[in-house]
Each structure stands twice: as C-alpha cells, then as structure tokens.
Design a protein around this ligand. Structure first.
Ligand SMILES: *[C@@H]1O[C@H](CO)[C@@H](O)[C@H](O)[C@H]1NC(C)=O
Length: 363
C-alpha cells in the first residue's frame, strides 16, 4: 500500500471487542438483512458477528467519543435510541447522541428484523425482537468494556490505496458522469483505506486498528444462509488472529500492495488460525472467542461503498454464463439473472476469505 500521509497524537483511549451473542432462535429461520430475499433465512453460522468499539477520551471522566463497528448490515435509529437509553441509565450524560457513533459493515449475511422502518420489516416479515436485543446488548456491552478499559495511549492515522479489492458494479452508469469530473479521479472506484492505529501508552504496543475502506459486504450471495460478517468480518478475524499468533509490535509502515494471485494461493493453504480445538459437543463458551480488552482489536469499517463490489470477476448471466449486458446489467432484459462473481467463484466462502485477506493485508 502506498502511504499518503501519517499523523500521530497522544490521547486517552481504549478498545474492546465483544461478540454479538447469536442465540439459537436467531441462527434459524430469520430473513437476512441486505438482499431483501425472503427465501434467504438463517440456517447456521459461517462465523460469529461482533461489535468492536473504541473510545477516545480527554480524561477519565472528560469529553469523549465512542465508535462502534457493528458486524451487521447497518445500525438503525431504534438501535441507537435503545443503546443510548441503556448507556444513560449507567453513565448519566457521558455518552449521548452527540458522541456515540454506531456503524454497520454492510454485511448481507446477518439476521434482519432489527430496523424499525416498514421497508426493512416488510422483507423480514416483521420486527424480530431477538435480532434487535442481541445487537443492542452486544453494542452496550462492548462500550461498557471499552469504558472500563480506558488507559493512556496514542493514535496514528495513515492512508493508502488497496488495489484489486473491488470493481465498479455499474461502470456504464459511472460513464454518464461528466468527462471533466471523471478526469479528476484515477479510477471509477475509490481505493483509499484510512486507518487509525492505537498504541498503548505504557507498553508502546499496538492494541488495535480501525480502518475504513469502501466495498460492499456481498462476497456472500443472496442465496447464502450462513450468518457471516462477509469480507470485512473475515478481514477483522484474519487481522486479529495474525496479532494473536505473532508478536504485536508491528512496524508502522507495514502496508503492502496485496497481490490477488498470491492471495488466492495463500487462501487455499490457510489452516484455522488462533483459537483452540472444540468438539461438536463443546459448550458455546468454548466456541466463542473472547476478548476482555487484553487482545488486539482489528476492525474493518465501511465507508463510501457506493457502487463498489468485491466480486471482481465481473457480472455474468446465470442462464448462459455470458457477461451481462453492459449498459443494462441484465440478461435478455432480466436483471435477476445477472450476478457478480467473486475471486473464489463459484465458492462464495472462498471468495469471502480471499476478499477478507486482501482487505486485511491492506490494513
Ligand atoms: C452503452 O451505451 C452507450 C450509450 O448509449 C453506447 O454508446 C454503447 O455502445 C453501449 N455499450 C454497449 C456495450 O452496449
């Protein structure tokens, strides 16, 4: 990755990662949030969804800012209201709508039904209280843990380009922009990744990184039924595992340009990272990776996702296998037959892994 700029400033900070507890009833039969496909109901877990929080504060009781990266399609006004209500009862006016941001990674593979809007409740056949409760509780728990763990540290900011991680899904529409406007940009997508690195003041070790990069959470298709954080959730997991298994003091300039061919080969050889062996009959406690604030937190947040798709092989017709009509993104007039192909096509789990690796290596 080519570095564009870096700045550092000391502050009081804290990071924490907390799993969104996925309860049995939510793992089965809930319409997923994203594709509005009523047949896409949850039927298992690819990997668990998490809420990752960082808090930056001027002093232990002073002005602060809390940012939550949520492994979900998006947050919602109702989620915000409920989270703030719970925080208020615990912390008074320390956390309010002015200093808490909840951002979704835009995975299309999480349980739906937690948004209050009619449009979203329609495709999920109504509001799903359990979806809503696990999300709210995970966010609150994550913020509370981050609050408890506040300690002095420094933040570094860096920017660079991650190439080969996405393409424009509507290149013909992009061409309708005025030529003089298009001439201002090197490509028809934004490849910028902005990363905040958090360093512990006492040990000077990296304790976390939150990065923002634009690509849709659509490596998993509209027919997938496994709960998944898609490419960004996968990137977070790879990044955190890497820090869990290698010394934490990574050089600041560790950005490099991912080579997709190399990553494909690598993804095929990857064994499970970190963790420990659990059997089929192990308890949920055994299976869920926990982080009490002592482990590295790597969050991959969503940014100006616009028309960026992770399915870099392009869009093809499911009936003929030929590329879709360039201008209409359809197949003989039927746009439902036109689907993007990820780098691991036809294996979407492999696509998610490869894309997660690309994004993770960018970080
Ligand atoms: C797409 O539409 C443009 C403008 O109408 C036309 O010039 C171009 O030939 C079309 N491209 C294809 C591949 O059909």
């Amino acid at each position: 990755m080519k570095i564009r700029s870096k700045i550092s400033f000391p502050t009081l900070l804290s990071l924490i990662v907390v799993a969104i507890g996925i309860i049995t009833s939510v793992t089965a039969g809930v319409v997923m949030m994203g594709y509005a496909n009523m047949n896409q109901t949850t039927a298992g877990v690819h990997f668990r969804l998490r809420a990752r929080t960082f808090i930056v504060a001027e002093s232990s009781q002073g002005p602060r800012f809390a940012f939550v990266n949520l492994d979900a399609g998006m947050a919602s006004q109702l989620v915000n209201i409920k989270v703030l209500e719970k925080l208020k009862s615990r912390f008074g006016n320390l956390y309010t709508e002015e200093n808490v941001a909840i951002s979704g990674i835009h995975t299309h593979a999480g349980p739906g039904g937690y948004l209050q809007y009619w449009l979203y409740s329609f495709s999920t056949l109504g509001f799903v209280q359990e979806s809503f409760d696990v999300i709210v509780n995970a966010i609150v728990h994550s913020i509370v843990q981050a609050h408890i763990n506040l300690k002095p540290g420094s933040i570094f900011i860096n920017k660079g380009d991650v190439v080969n991680a996405g393409i424009n899904r509507s290149p013909s529409a992009y061409l309708l922009n005025p030529a003089e406007e298009r001439a201002q940009y090197p490509a028809n997508i934004d490849t910028l990744m902005t990363l905040l690195k958090f360093v512990d003041g006492a040990s000077e070790q990296s304790i976390g990184a939150f990065s923002w990069f634009a690509t849709h959470g659509t490596s998993m298709s509209k027919d997938n039924k496994l709960i998944s954080g898609d490419n960004k959730g996968a990137a977070a997991r790879f990044f955190e595992d890497q820090f869990a298994t290698t010394p934490i003091r990574a050089p600041f300039n560790s950005f490099n340009t991912p080579d997709v061919g190399k990553l494909v080969t690598k993804a095929q050889t990857i064994k499970a990272t970190g963790g420990h062996t659990c059997s089929k009959t192990s308890s949920k406690e055994c299976k869920v990776r926990k982080n009490d604030g002592s482990l590295f937190v790597g969050a991959f947040c969503q940014s100006n996702v616009g028309d960026v798709t992770p399915n870099v092989l392009g869009a093809f017709c499911t009936d003929t296998g030929r590329p879709c009509d360039f201008n209409l993104s359809s197949c003989n007039g039927n746009d439902l037959l036109c689907l993007g192909r990820g780098p691991g096509y036809p294996d979407e789990i492999r696509s998610t892994k490869i894309r997660g690796e690309t994004i993770s290596e960018g970080g």
